[in-house]
Design a protein around this ligand. Sequence first.
Ligand SMILES: [Zn+2]
Length: 380
Amino acid sequence: MTEKLYYQDPYLFSFTATVVSCTSAGDGYAVELDRTAFFPEEGGQYADTGLLSGIPVTDVKEKGGVILHTLPSPLSVGAAVIGQVNATERLRKMQNHTGEHIVSGLFHSLYGLTNVGFHLGHDDVTVDLNGELSREDLCRVEHLANEAIWKNLPVRAEFPSPEVLATLDYRSKLELTENVRIVTIPGYDVCACCAPHVAYTGEVGQIKLLDFARYKGGVRIHMLCGMDALADYHARYVATAAISAKLTAPQGEVAEAVERLAAELLEKKAQIARLQDALAAELLRALPDGDAPALFFENRLDTPARRALVNGAAAKRPLAALFAGDDESGYAFLIGSNAIDLRPFAKAMTAALGGKGGGSATMVQGTLTAKRADIEEYWN
Ligand SMILES: [Zn+2]
């Protein structure tokens, strides 16, 4: 059994220990110490990182009471080592994890909901609850959870005797009756938990419940605490400030400003569509009836206007073709006909002029790599 120093002091980030065993495991080595401050991957949290005598600890796992540190190079059995836990990373996890206790405790006492899943990742923290809730519920719990921070309550962790344990009402109830670690935040939460927590709720800093969505018959809440919440606020502030400056609208009114912009955009699109229709109609009016193919080199039309023009021209001529592009990047073509089957025609043209395309008997489209002069020569 490894002595778990993080139980005695969750703020112990530097410690000395003796190497008990070192075996090769995968690409690296699994090192067992007589004692450690490294908290393993457990309870939805990823493992602590840091150094053992200067060698990076890339993973930490617990197997039957023994904690194994994954290292890229070996350590000698019996050697004294200095362990250094990445303190910022651990504090971040302690803030988020303690915040989660407060939030889960509140959802439990106020709404009878149970936390059925917790994930503390590198950039996301989620809590899964086994029932429904509303946006108002979320706001209420967020406010009450932050009140718990302002009260700066002590966070206690202890191993009660089986007799005392039997009298306790706590979350995450285990089958075990001995060695159950109970974490208490007075008035907010009593829960069986093995992870490190901050000593006072004030250290959580702040709790932000970002969003929630239906998940496996309940809900999944995305939340951030402490330094993560502050970094998130900063990122959102910078983004909102940039949008506000671009829209010349106060930060609190950017949503309305975007709505106005979207409405304007919609109106402009409708206006452009009307102009495109008018331009296609103008080009069609200028085309006299005849037997020669109608040929347009026209870059000003969008797709619907191109179709309208080619369809209209195919009613006046046996063949109508529109080319859009330039000699450098090639041409997109659209050909219409009511007189011939265009599929073999397009095949022959793309073979002669270099390109590809396809469509129906009455309309084909595609691209050509040929220059305008060659296209005109082919068609005349
Ligand atoms: Zn906990």
